[in-house]
Design a protein. Structure first.
Length: 312
């Protein structure tokens, strides 16, 4: 089926490599496959559970999630707790030693309790992924950056997925939250030069007007004025993780996971009227986006405090 999709494969390392060819590798590792005009990128949070940020970033990059359970462990329990707080469509993949009833008890009471379950069968998973496509979202173009690097003779190159609208070569966009405007010099989609890229496609873009050292994960390419930015992020009431064992309250030092941004914040307020946090540097956001609050100081249990919807 023509189209593109980005899938977060979480819960079990070493599975993603069976679904595509290894590409960009850092704390996140990407695996790519193109078949009959259908392009697929599988994202693995390589440095989880040592760090929780790669897990939430992998989920933020993806249109779909494959929650793979090969064994019951603390890392799997934390993965489930975090995936449960997202809205990403999720399919549960069961390893050969995991029973359906066992997983049913583990997921009971979560949104994942009713998620589809499939066995760990690689041909079936490849077929399943080829049936998935990213949803088309109209509006001003929006490209969150997940990796960036310099290329000799080209300059700064950024990698990301078009999350809204259509990206076109030679247009000028704002790079949030840097305050800089840049030009899209050229676009590649899976190593093929393109004049434009549609919503859901993974792109590499050469940028004019900025150095590679100024680019960072979480920055967003979008038209000026189409997104909001600042150090204060307000939101609706907190939906607390039911497994969280910490005691975060006003004044707590936490981390905000918003899109591909994971930044230190101070919790200013959390009550029935909503949440407010102050970040240590400007962040970019769209009202209505879902944000997670992470507590890296908890001695046990998942490192996620809860979620809230960003307000204006």
């Amino acid at each position: 089926m023509p189209g593109s999709v980005t899938v977060a494969l979480v819960g079990a390392p070493e599975v993603a490599k069976e679904l595509g060819k290894k590409g960009t590798a850092s704390d996140l590792t990407l695996f790519n496959a193109v078949h009959d005009a259908h392009a697929m990128t599988v994202v693995e949070p390589t440095q989880f559970p040592e760090k929780v940020a790669p897990l939430v970033e992998a989920l933020a990059m993806a249109d779909r999630c494959l929650l793979t359970i090969l064994e019951l462990s603390r890392a799997v329990a934390e993965t489930i707790a975090i995936v449960d707080l997202t809205d990403i469509p999720t399919t549960v993949v069961l390893g050969p030693s995991i029973g359906d009833a066992e997983v049913g008890r583990l997921l009971k009471g979560s949104r994942l309790e009713s998620a589809p379950r499939v066995p760990l069968d690689y041909p079936h998973l490849r077929q399943l992924l080829e049936e998935w496509t990213a949803p088309a979202v109209d509006g001003p173009v929006e490209v969150p950056i997940d990796h960036a690097f310099p290329v000799k003779g080209v300059g700064a190159v950024a990698l990301g997925v078009v999350r809204r609208g259509v990206l076109r070569a030679h247009e000028r966009l704002h790079l949030y939250p840097t305050g800089k405007d840049v030009e899209i010099r050229s676009i590649q989609v899976h190593d093929a030069d393109r004049k434009e890229a549609a919503c859901g496609e993974r792109v590499g873009v050469a940028l004019k007007g900025i150095d590679a050292e100024e680019l960072a994960r979480g920055q967003v390419l979008a038209p000026a004025g189409s997104l909001r930015e600042g150090t204060t992020v307000p939101g609706g009431p907190l939906v607390r993780c039911r497994y969280y064992r910490g005691d975060a309250g006003p004044g707590a030092q936490l981390h905000l996971a918003l899109g591909l941004q994971v930044v230190p914040v101070t919790l200013d307020r959390s009550d029935a009227s909503g949440v407010a946090v102050t970040a240590d540097r400007p962040v970019v956001f769209r009202p209505g986006a879902i944000a997670l609050l992470l507590d890296l100081s908890v001695p046990a249990g998942p490192r996620v405090f809860g979620r809230f919807a960003v307000s204006g």
